[in-house]
Design a protein around this ligand. Structure first.
Ligand code: FMN
Length: 403
């Protein structure tokens, strides 16, 4: 699975309680297709056995700097790594790394390493706030290492709560994916993604909406974040959790989504409208809950067209920015998508069917046709929304490249 397939990741484990979570990190990476070389400090082996890491990675675990046959392990494993990760990184390891010590296999390998480095500290909150640790962290960041901020939360039993907790394995794997991919064309661009369904009030307790779950938009936002983009997600109602690393604005109806898009638009390099804003809203929502059996309630709801968010962006787009829309249709998919592409001056439109099996709302897969300005058309095979997110971003990168 991209971006892990065939990549060699050196995963250093140091002697912190959170090392039990690193078993899951190693497992997730191996399952995603990475070759994971685990290097454990002596202290780490007090917490988790090397055999556990061997079992989940299917590879030998490194730990000793001295010993016959190990002579150049610290150079070899560092040279072969695409990324050097230490999770958890103890206060002691951060200090050794900050001072260039090389008194064990992991710290010696770090000195010999030339790949990007991701350090995931985990420790007691007072150790984390200690001035010496702060200084070590800031020095490591100056050296170009990516240091993940520990989370706030319950620490070891009896130690209460505070900053120092290692993020959960899935979040660490997402950071690793980002580090592996961040050199793409989208790195450092500002990307605005909309996702999910809007809700248009009928009365204070009812609304008109649609079946959008937000899965496609969130997959795109996450894939763009992994490529190093500065991503803002504008999310209506979604049925899946929004990953914490995405900077997110929640909105209710089309008017709120339009305003949130307008606010971000002047600084947006790539706008991807994957949300399903309602096309119609009740003309005059009732101020009180509508009641059954009241003579004043006819039962008919008068509808008005909502603002067209994509059309409203034409005048205020950042010069040179890329705008990508989605079209979901029940009939005449390509003809309708093509006129939307022209009418809203889009660079690209992703056409997906609301009726085709495996495509459109709700499921984990999609089958789309990508239409581009100038008449380009590409039929994309049925695939997961996660994979499709990468295909769409590849096409956007190619478009930016070709300019
Ligand atoms: C039960 C226990 C838990 C520990 N947890 C942590 C921890 O979470 N973070 C940390 O920085 N040090 C922790 N330590 C201290 C480290 O294990 C110690 O500093 C050790 O020298 C680190 O060695 P290493 O960096 O080579 O792995 C813990 C020690 C013990 C006994």
């Amino acid at each position: 699975m991209r971006p892990f397939e065939g990549r060699r990741i050196l995963l250093g484990i140091t002697g912190g309680i959170a090392s039990y979570k690193s078993v899951m990190v190693a497992r997730l990476l191996a399952q995603a297709g990475a070759e994971v070389d685990v290097v454990m400090t002596r202290a780490a082996q007090e917490f988790v056995g090397a055999i556990t890491f061997e079992a989940v990675t299917g590879r030998r675990v490194y730990s000793e700097i001295f010993g016959s046959g190990n002579a150049l392990d610290h150079i070899k494993i560092a040279r072969e790594a695409s990324l050097f990760v230490v999770a958890p990184a103890t206060a002691d390891f951060l200090a050794r790394a900050a001072h260039g010590l090389a008194d064990d296999l992991l710290s010696a390998a770090l000195l010999a390493n030339t790949s990007p480095v991701l350090l995931v500290p985990a420790m007691n909150d007072r150790m984390w706030s200690n001035a010496q640790t702060r200084q070590n962290v800031s020095h490591l960041e100056q050296l170009g290492y990516d240091v993940v901020e520990p989370e706030e939360g319950p620490l070891a039993v009896g130690e209460g709560e505070g900053p120092g907790r290692m993020p959960e394995p899935e979040a660490i794997v997402a950071r690793i994916a980002r580090s592996l991919e961040r050199k793409g064309k989208l790195a450092s661009l500002r990307i605005l993604v909309t996702a999910g369904a809007t809700r248009e009030a009928i009365d204070p307790v009812r609304f008109i909406s649609n079946h959008s779950t937000g899965k496609m938009g969130i997959a795109i936002a996450l894939a763009a974040w992994r490529r190093g983009a500065a991503v803002t997600l504008i999310a209506g109602h979604v049925d899946v959790p929004i990953p914490g690393m995405l900077s997110t604005t929640r909105v209710g109806d089309v008017a709120q989504m339009r305003d949130a898009v307008a606010q971000n638009l002047p600084s947006t390099d790539v706008l991807i409208m994957a949300a399903a804003p309602a096309d119609f809203r009740p003309s005059s929502p009732a101020s009180q809950k509508m009641k059954k059996g009241k003579s004043s309630e006819s039962g008919a709801i008068q509808l008005t067209q909502t603002d067209d968010i994509l059309k409203s962006t034409i005048a205020n787009r950042k010069p040179g920015s890329v705008v990508v829309g989605f079209a979901l249709e029940t009939e005449n998919l390509l003809a309708n998508s093509s006129s939307k592409l022209d009418g809203k001056q889009l660079d690209m439109i992703i056409a997906n069917s609301a009726v085709e099996k495996g495509a459109g709302f709700g499921g984990d897969t999609n089958r789309v046709t990508i239409l581009s300005r100038g008449g380009g058309r590409e039929d994309i095979a049925l695939m997961s929304k996660t994979e499709l997110a990468d295909v769409i971003l590849d096409r956007i990168e190619a478009l930016i490249d070709g300019r």
